[in-house]
Design a protein around this ligand. Structure first.
Ligand code: SF4
Ligand code: FES
Length: 333
């Protein structure tokens, strides 16, 4: 079976997709930019391209177009955090198998891949794997994440973007842990990393704690004083987070990052909840990098949200009411 090429500039998404499909038995390669993908396609025949729509270099549709000029039967799936009718139509004209707005369910993607490439020869694997987390041996089902394995023995790894009912997203990185193989160690995101047999995991190593503290301070700069950050600030004894817990009263922060509150930490819980549980896609992300933010899409939200607003409760920072108020304002003008 020919390999799959994932073309995605967002590291977390790229790695999660690659891990997921590799675990499913597919041979998977990846590229971060359109130009890099085109070079790879020159050198190798692929069975399927999974392309982010917006890429540095050539965009996803351009890559597909050029790849098809070389290999007309090549199939493509477009994934995008910026869905629009126009790009969906363009993608369909290019003959893509599907156009998936992010976040999407990884099981849906795997189904599309399997329909396109055919079923993989599944190696018979034992039903469980055993790993060691913080010096404790734990046996879990194949496919369990490190986070699930840790939770199964009562080890509390901090999380902000994880929800057991929603697909893993790996956005906040707070659940980072250290894994050790032989003499080498590396940091991975435990809510998306699948446990392998014999894996050794440290959930609170010095390096892990240092990074978690920095992440918490960065998030605090966006969402000062919100309760989950206060709680984690206390847990890790971060000066400025635990002592200035009530930001509204203190109005200041002693952390090293400049506070620019917009109260969204980009965890994606609201976006995934609306897409996966409610099936509405009334809220999504717009913008890139520091400009990235959540937005209710007026044409959907004005019809669907008034009697729902369930995402308000799932948001860890209470960021949504001001965003939704814009929809209400729009409806009353
Ligand atoms: S609005 Fe809340 S739930 Fe949505 S991404 Fe931002 S912090 Fe997460
Ligand atoms: S909980 Fe794992 S990245 Fe947020």
């Amino acid at each position: 079976m020919k390999p799959i090429l994932i073309v995605e500039d967002e590291a977390i998404m790229r790695e999660s997709l690659q891990d997921w499909l590799t675990d499913g038995g597919y041979q998977v390669e990846s590229a971060t930019q359109g130009d890099e993908a085109l070079k790879a396609i020159e050198e190798q025949d692929y069975g399927l391209l999974i392309l982010d729509l917006r890429l540095p270099g050539a965009d996803g549709l351009e890559v597909l177009r050029k790849a098809r000029a070389k290999q007309p039967q090549l199939n493509g799936i477009i994934i995008t955090a910026y869905p629009s009718v126009q790009t969906a139509v363009e993608a369909m004209k290019e003959g893509v198998i599907d156009y998936l707005p992010k976040p999407f369910d990884l099981n849906d993607l795997e189904k599309l891949v399997s329909q396109t490439l055919g079923p993989v020869q599944v190696e018979i694997r034992p039903e469980t794997v055993t790993c060691v987390i913080d010096d404790r041996e734990v046996e879990v089902r194949q496919g369990a994440t490190i986070l699930e394995a840790a939770q199964s023995i009562g080890i509390d790894i901090p999380t902000l973007c994880h929800h057991e009912k929603l697909s893993p997203y790996g956005a906040c990185r707070l659940c980072i842990v250290e894994i050790i193989r032989g003499q080498r160690s590396r940091l991975v995101t435990s809510c998306v990393y699948i446990v392998e047999d014999g894996l050794i995991v440290k959930t609170e190593s010095e390096q892990v704690v240092k990074i978690r503290k920095m992440l918490l301070e960065l998030m605090w700069a966006r969402a000062p004083g919100v309760q989950p950050l206060v709680n984690y600030g206390m847990r890790y004894g971060i000066s400025g987070l635990e002592s200035k817990g009530n930001y509204e009263l203190s109005g200041a922060s002693e952390t090293k990052f400049e506070v620019e509150p917009n109260f969204c930490i980009l965890c994606g819980l609201c976006v995934r909840y609306c897409a996966e549980v409610k099936g509405k896609n009334a809220i999504g992300f717009i913008g890139r990098g520091t400009e990235r933010e959540v937005m209710f899409f007026p044409e959907i939200a004005s019809k669907e949200c008034a009697d729902c607003k369930e995402c308000f409760a799932i948001c860890p920072t209470g960021a949504l009411p001001p965003h939704y108020a814009l929809i209400e304002e729009g409806a009353s003008t």
